[in-house]
Design a protein around this ligand. Structure first.
Ligand code: APR
Length: 235
């Protein structure tokens, strides 16, 4: 096993499940109640902006009622104490990683607490309801949309992420079903680059067979245990 210097961690909805946020594909998952085509595509936003903006307004409002769990806090501790390279790539659009202390973090699918202007392309921190048609802080246009990567759109910061995954010594996946690309393909890039690969998930995912090791259980238990292990390696 080569020295572990550069770590890349991919997280999904499962890491926020114990904080009370629904996953997408589990029982009571978001995609049980809504069709992706109705709330998570550019076409849906054009066809029925009320439904789409309302869907994300409700998810944004729900953030106020939840707090980070032990898994978020453990990754915040790792971020503070790990002297080597670290990048947390989250598919989640909630802000629980930040509230758990993570700094070396990329939201590959966007953020609920950010708005994107369709007129000028500007981005701004956003905490209210978009359904009321707030004006863009930069250009004044009533053209804000959720700063979320819809299906069919290009995920954020792909070059930075792919460079980090290709240089990782250790790639860890937490709380994701491995159903959505390009994130579901990162484990193969990491493996091809000779990285150690570890999955921490409640159930085996669609990509479990790509991982050198898979541990099953709740993130709030598995992640703090793993962080203790990897910090102990640092010596
Ligand atoms: N601890 C660890 N893992 C958990 C927990 C938990 N407490 N609860 C659920 N899980 C696991 C499930 O076993 C499942 O494999 O988390 C995974 C959640 O999978 P999905 O609901 O498919 O969510 P995710 O993988 O993040 O979805 C990927 O799909 O819909 C799009 O853009 C959306 O970012 C999202 C992407």
């Amino acid at each position: 096993m080569r020295d572990t210097r550069n770590i890349v961690i991919l997280t999904g909805a499962g890491i926020s499940a114990e904080s009370g946020l629904a996953t997408f594909r589990g029982p009571d998952g978001l995609w049980e109640g809504y069709r992706v085509e109705d709330v998570c595509t550019p076409e849906a936003l054009r066809r029925d902006p009320e439904l789409v903006l309302g869907f994300y307004d409700a998810r944004r409002a729900a953030l106020g009622a939840v707090v980070p769990n032990a898994a978020h806090a453990a990754l915040g501790r790792l971020d503070a104490e790990w002297k080597g390279g670290l990048l947390i790539v989250t598919q989640n659009v909630d802000d629980l990683h930040e509230r758990g202390g993570a700094k070396r973090l990329i939201h590959i699918h966007g953020e609920l607490l950010s708005a994107l202007c369709r007129a000028c392309g500007g981005r701004e921190a956003f905490a209210g309801d978009m359904i009321d048609g707030p004006a863009c802080a930069s250009c004044g246009a009533d053209a804000l949309r959720p700063d979320i990567v819809f299906f069919g759109e290009i995920p954020y910061e792909m070059e930075t992420i792919q460079d980090a995954v290709s240089e990782a010594d250790l790639f860890v996946s937490i709380g994701t079903s491995g159903a959505v690309y390009p994130a579901a393909g990162f484990v193969r890039i990491a493996r091809a680059a000779g990285a150690e690969t570890l999955e921490l998930n409640l159930d085996p995912s669609e990509g479990s067979h790509w991982f050198g090791e898979s541990r099953t259980g709740p993130a709030s238990v598995l992640v703090p245990e793993w962080v203790d292990e990897v910090l102990a390696r640092q010596g």
